[in-house]
Design a protein around this ligand. Structure first.
Ligand SMILES: N[C@@H](CCC(=O)N[C@@H](CS)C(=O)NCC(=O)O)C(=O)O
Length: 337
C-alpha cells in the first residue's frame, strides 16, 4: 500500500470522509457542472430556438451551478435515457441528475444515490386518441401501451393492470421522442407516463386536440434531483439550492427585486437568503452570495414554473400539488436560518 493510500484511508476512518467526497472541489476545478437531463422533453429539458437548454430540470442544474460556481450558465448538459441515467451518476460521468426521476425507496436505498428533494410532484396517467372511445383507464383491457423502458412507469403499469384484472401488451422504447413516434405510427393504443410528460408529448403530436388524458392518476411520482451517496456537502448544496428556489417564492424574492431586497429588506430570512446576514453560505462551503446568485440568475420556483410549464406555456400546467404549502400545495422548504 502506498503511503498516500494509507493516509487517505486513515482520513476516511478518522473523519468519516468518503471516496466520493470532493464533488464541489471537482466542479469548481472544472469550472462547470456536469448535469444529467432528459434527451428532450418540453417544459423539463429541451433545446430552444436559441440552441440553449431550458426547462424546469434545466433550471435545477442552473441553480446548483449558480450556487457552486456563481454562474448559472456554467453547465455541461448530458442528455441521458431513463436506462442510462443512474449509471452515469454512479460512474461520475455527471455530478447531478435532474431528469424527471421519481424518488422511490428502492432507488434511494440500492443505487448508491441520494435524492435531494422534489422539484415536481407528478403522477402516472394515460394519453389516448379520442377516437378510441375510452373515458376511463378501467376500459383499457387488452390495450397495447407505448412506454419508456427503465422507468417506474413500466412497473406501475404492470401492477395497475394486474390489480384490475386486465391485460396489456407493452411496446417499449428508450426515449420520449420514440414513444411519441411509435404512438403516431399506430404501434400502440395509448401512451402511459408521468402526467406532466403526457402534456409535454401531446404538444408535439400533429393534432393535439385529437388526444386526451384520462382522469385516473395511478401513482405518486415525486420527481427530484439526486446525487451520489458519500458526499454530504454536495448533497447539502443540491438540497439547499432547491430549497432556495422555494424559499425565494415564499418570501416574494424574485430575479427582478433581489438587489433591492438585499439592500433594503428588514426580514431576517430574506437577508439570510440573499447573503447579507448570517453564515449560510459558509455552512455549505460556498460564498455568501450562493443563493442570491440562484434567485438573481434563475429566479424563484414560481418564475421557473411559469416560464417552463405553467398556464401561459404550451404545456399549460397549473400549480396544483406544486403550489407552496401556504397556497394549497405541498412545496415546503425548511427555514433559511
Ligand atoms: N419518472 C419516471 C419516468 C421518467 C422518464 O424517463 N419518463 C420518460 C417518459 S416519456 C421520459 O421522460 N423520457 C425523456 C427522454 O426520453 O429523454 C421515472 O423516474 O422512472
Amino acid at each position: 500500500m502506498t503511503n498516500m493510500l494509507k493516509l487517505s484511508l486513515a482520513a476516511v476512518a478518522a473523519f468519516g470522509m468518503s471516496a466520493n467526497a470532493g464533488t464541489l472541489q471537482n466542479v469548481q476545478k472544472a469550472g462547470e457542472l456536469k448535469c444529467g437531463i432528459t434527451t428532450g422533453l418540453a417544459g423539463f429539458a429541451e433545446v430552444g430556438s436559441d440552441k440553449k437548454w431550458r426547462g424546469l430540470d434545466v433550471d435545477m442544474c442552473r441553480a446548483v451551478a449558480a450556487a457552486a460556481l456563481g454562474d448559472a450558465s456554467k453547465v455541461k448538459y448530458v442528455p441521458l435515457t431513463a436506462k442510462e441515467r443512474f449509471t452515469a451518476l454512479q460512474s461520475g460521468e455527471i455530478d447531478l441528475l435532474a431528469r424527471n426521476t421519481t424518488w422511490t425507496q428502492s432507488r434511494d436505498t440500492t443505487l448508491g444515490v441520494n435524492f435531494a428533494g422534489v422539484n415536481y410532484y407528478d403522477g402516472q396517467g394515460f394519453l389516448v386518441n379520442k377516437s378510441l372511445g375510452v373515458n376511463s383507464a378501467k376500459q383499457l383491457d387488452g390495450a397495447s401501451v407505448c412506454i419508456t423502458s427503465g422507468t417506474t412507469t413500466e412497473l406501475t403499469l404492470a401492477d395497475y393492470f394486474k390489480e384490475n384484472g386486465m391485460k396489456f401488451r407493452p411496446v417499449t422504447y428508450d426515449t420520449a421522442a420514440q414513444v411519441r413516434k411509435g404512438f403516431e405510427a399506430g404501434r400502440c393504443d395509448l401512451i402511459t407516463s408521468d402526467a406532466s410528460q403526457l402534456y409535454s408529448i401531446r404538444t408535439q403530436l400533429a393534432n393535439p386536440k385529437d388526444y386526451k388524458v384520462l382522469p385516473e392518476i395511478i401513482s405518486k411520482e415525486p420527481l427530484g434531483p439526486l446525487v451520489r451517496q458519500g458526499d454530504d456537502q454536495w448533497f447539502n448544496i443540491t438540497k439547499w439550492s432547491l430549497n432556495a428556489l422555494i424559499t425565494a417564492e415564499e418570501f416574494g424574492v424574485t430575479s427582478a427585486n433581489a438587489d433591492d431586497l438585499a439592500a433594503n429588506s428588514k426580514v431576517t430570512e430574506i437577508k439570510k437568503l440573499l447573503g447579507v446576514e448570517g453564515t449560510l453560505g459558509k455552512n455549505l462551503g460556498l460564498d455568501a452570495k450562493w443563493s442570491y446568485n440562484i434567485v438573481k440568475q434563475v429566479g424563484n420556483y414560481s418564475e421557473s414554473f411559469e416560464r417552463n410549464v405553467g398556464p401561459n406555456t404550451t404545456l399549460g400546467i397549473s400549480r396544483g400539488l406544486n403550489a407552496l404549502w401556504k397556497d394549497g400545495g405541498i412545496l415546503y422548504s425548511p427555514p433559511f436560518r
